[in-house]
Design a protein around this ligand. Sequence first.
Ligand code: NAP
Ligand code: F7E
Length: 320
Amino acid sequence: MSTAIITGITGQDGSYLAELLLKKGYQVVGVARRSSTVNNERIKHILDDITVVQGDLQDQGSLLSLLEEYKPSEVYNLAAQSFVPTSWNQPALTGDVTALGVTRLLEAIRFVNPKIRFYQASSSEMFGKVLEVPQREETPFYPRSPYGVAKVYGHWITVNYRESFDMFATSGILFNHESPRRGLEFVTRKISDTVACIKLGRAKELRLGNLEAQRDWGFAGDYVQAMWLMLQQDHPDNYVIGTGETHAVREFCEIAFSHVDLDYKKYVVQDEKFYRPAEVDLLISDPTKARTALKWEPAVSFKELVTMMVDSDLARHNKE
Ligand code: NAP
Ligand code: F7E
């Protein structure tokens, strides 16, 4: 039985990837940082099937000892300070976790067993103020937030360890992917959750920032399949993963509200508080390489994603 270690197991992607690897017969070890309250909401249904160990990307020793103890054949580095607005308030922490944390993990792998296959969760935020439309593996980076800058570092240190030490270090450049398990502060989940609250009479309005920002949004469950496929290839590489479609925040609102027979124009209020110091306006992927080399295709459409999220939040609020 192969063992896979997932950092960021308590996050959105960690939970979907753990489910996928369990189905494929892996022993799954999830790394979670210590907190004063239990944070297992997204993985509580699989807790009996996985091993959760304490570890932190800010602590080199914890990474070394968990690799020594569990002897994985694959490591998926999904842990990060991943919320873009927070990266302006906590830029040094974002750099330490999201950038230097990658080096700490790669160093641990190099010392313990350089044959371990490594996946780095890189991001379309690296393209930022885009220099080419659509964006592909060769598109130059122009990050627009401390988060994006940290991810560029994480990407290049992954490439550098591949080239310097001949390690199987792969970088997946993933465009936005969402789900009912998305954190509540991200725009898609903020919309789906507030739409459910408005429909049930528990909220009156939805305050948002830039409605014209465009993203290439897919379903997280589809994207973790691409992560696994990347580590099954003969050679490490970089891959862009996205749908190849882009939609505005306004369009997400339109579909989400109309799904519950409401008109978004009556409820959405634009609020400067949610504008960013520097915006990423138009992200759209060219996933040709993933389609041809990995044979990967997203299964869930944009409309299915929006309605899945609204339905899930409605069901959750109804239950409460
Ligand atoms: P997420 O839900 O925010 O999860 C992030 C995970 O990282 C959480 O488990 C968090 O733990 C953990 N973490 C934070 N700081 C840590 C530290 N110092 N040490 C160990 N763990 C730490 O993010 P996600 O959406 O699943 O995304 C997974 C990865 O893909 C992230 O690296 C993200 O930057 C990247 N990415 C995401 C997208 C997307 O659209 N979702 C697109 C491209 C790239 P707590 O639960 O304790 O906070
Ligand atoms: O913003 C606009 C906002 O916070 C999307 C992370 O997973 O994907 C995610 O980063 C857009 C932005 O995600 C609100 O200005 C409008 O243009 O949902 P978001 P993100 O910044 O794209 C990338 C690929 C990652 O790697 C990141 O880890 O929506 N927007 N009004 C708003 N955004 C938020 N959060 N809240 C609003 O009220």
